[in-house]
Write a protein that binds this ligand. Structure first.
Ligand SMILES: [Zn+2]
Length: 120
């Protein structure tokens, strides 16, 4: 039983780490590419295409990174300490600070700043 919980914790920690690595790497490439393009290219179709495509790819990667956050662990209600999962859509539209999100707890029905936790 204790071993199962430890396995779950390690798995969820790895998911969150993957999410952070993916998001920060993508952001670093995006900023670098934009700076390089804006500083070296003339205004025109090529510059416009680079900005549009790199922005779309970055946004796409961030939507995927959010999937990793949703899949990793649970959110803990500040009011009743119930640990729950939330749908991708609810997490997407919830205000957040890092992985702490303003979500409604299914147990006490209150909206709190639910912290991400790795185990049930
Ligand atoms: Zn609650």
């Amino acid at each position: 039983m204790k071993n199962e919980k430890e396995l779950e914790r390690v798995k969820n920690k790895e998911l969150l780490r993957s999410m952070y690595v993916l998001a920060f790497t993508t952001l670093a490439f995006y900023i670098s590419l934009l700076l390089l393009a804006v500083l070296t290219l003339e205004k025109g179709v090529l510059l416009g295409t680079i900005i549009c495509v790199s922005t779309m790819v970055t946004v796409g990667v961030f939507f995927y990174a959010l999937k990793l956050e949703v899949a990793a662990g649970y959110y803990e209600c500040r009011n009743c300490h119930n640990r729950f999962t939330a749908s991708y859509k609810k997490v997407l539209f919830a205000p957040h600070m890092h992985t702490t999100r303003h979500l409604r707890c299914p147990e006490c029905n209150k909206k709190t700043w639910a912290k991400k936790v790795l185990t049930k």
